[in-house]
Design a binder for this molecule. Sequence first.
Ligand code: ZN
Length: 203
Amino acid sequence: MIEVYVICPGDELWKENLKKRGIDRPLQRYKEQAKQEIEFPNPAEGMDRIYKVTDGEIRLQMDSPRPEILDKARLELAEEAERIRREDEKVRERKELLESMKTRPFWHYCEVCGKKEYITAQQAFDSGWDYPPQMGDFGLLSPRTCGNCLLKDTLYWRVTTCEKVPLPIVVEDMLTPQELVIWRRIKGEPQSLLCMEEDGEND
Ligand SMILES: [Zn+2]
């Protein structure tokens, strides 16, 4: 059994508050406005007894049921559930994709010499690549090099040793066009490694 007590101001309290705020308009008009803007609980919402409490007096007030209130609430709940389901699905898809990157072949781009190979993470690791998921994480700045290239020539190195920016963060405005290509590719991982990139005009 659900009982609800709704405290509603009586005329005296209304008058007092209007006076306190220096408002000199008819009390009745404010009461009407409040009635429209503040909804009194409706039995359709599942309460067994609804009491209105005014100036210490308790009175049962069961308005006629308005089932349409529930339709709206149900619709909102359904929409919320759908939104959560879609978000969960996105998280799950990302997780599955990341899991698949451990075994499927994908494009490895050496950011230093420009070499590209469509190989698995294991094959890359065996031939000396520094590449996620074996080295570093997809989407986060770290070296992306083949077995012949050096850490000190990577964007990662330039960013983390840059004296102009005290924190190891990427400031896109400070990147050259080539560096920007590297950075966007890293940011877009692992999706950016699934299809071969079109060669840019610079090649
Ligand atoms: Zn290389």
